[in-house]
Design a protein around this ligand. Structure first.
Ligand code: URA
Length: 238
């Protein structure tokens, strides 16, 4: 017997750790969409298409060999991203952590599991979206990315955005949102409204970082609200 949509939603919300039976009051979303400036940064040189490799593969090679900032000296692996290069939704986190650096994949570990559950809650998974980070290399001891590192790495994110051409970006956490919007606004001020970000001014929603949600599960209900806005936008005709 197939599960009803309502039952499935309850199941997913529970996986996200949301108490679906409890009413929560949330502030209304603020008004009109804001238009923000694109992510800055030099463009990466056009990939060398020799040898039959695709642009996408060439970009991955460029990232793997990158020495644009000092993070290359301490990284084990670059973390290019994971998912479909044709995805409608691009999720952008901050930077790889220790486990991501070891495995070369974004959002592994507890925060990654929560992110997977958040995606499943809107009927997506990491094969149908693309997950990337502002930085492709781990900052030592998980310190915050430095402005010059964000600047150096922005060319790769811009190239990913240009290649994927997602319909929607979801920025995960303050660092990602601030980098994409060139803003120092607090997360609270950036949530619950549509922005436009990246070289193609892609519609962008901002939500909490999954690692923050693990520490502050009460905010999962607000994150759910952000996810629903993304899901609804993706359901609109292209
Ligand atoms: N946090 C991030 O922002 N990105 C990752 O890939 C892992 C943890």
């Amino acid at each position: 017997m197939s599960m009803t949509e309502a039952a499935r939603r309850v199941l997913y919300l529970r996986r996200m750790g949301i108490d679906v039976w409890q009413r929560r009051s949330l502030a209304p979303a603020s008004g009109a969409a804001a238009v923000d400036t694109p992510l800055p940064g030099a463009e990466v040189p056009p990939p060398d298409e020799g040898g039959g490799r695709s642009d996408w593969q060439a970009l991955q090679d460029q990232v793997r060999e990158c020495r644009q900032c000092t993070l290359c000296e301490t990284r084990r692996n670059t973390v290019f991203g994971v998912g479909s290069p044709q995805a409608d939704l691009l999720l952008i986190g901050e930077a790889p952590g220790a486990e991501e650096d070891r495995r070369g994949e974004p959002f592994v570990g507890a925060a990654g599991k929560l992110l997977d559950n958040m995606l499943r809650a809107i009927d997506l998974d990491r094969t149908t979206v693309f997950i990337a980070n502002v930085l492709k290399c781990r900052p030592p001891a998980n310190r915050d990315p430095r402005p010059e590192e964000i600047q150096a790495c922005s060319a790769y994110l811009n190239a990913q955005l240009r290649h994927i051409r997602p319909r929607v970006i979801l920025a995960l956490g303050k660092v990602s949102a601030q980098a994409l919007l060139q803003s120092s606004a607090p997360l609270k001020a950036m949530r619950e409204r549509w922005h436009a970000a990246g070289p193609e001014q892609t519609p962008m929603m901002v939500t909490y970082h999954p690692a923050y949600l693990l520490r502050r599960p009460d905010d999962k209900a607000r994150a759910w609200r952000d996810l629903c806005a993304v899901r609804d936008r993706l359901r609109e005709p292209a």
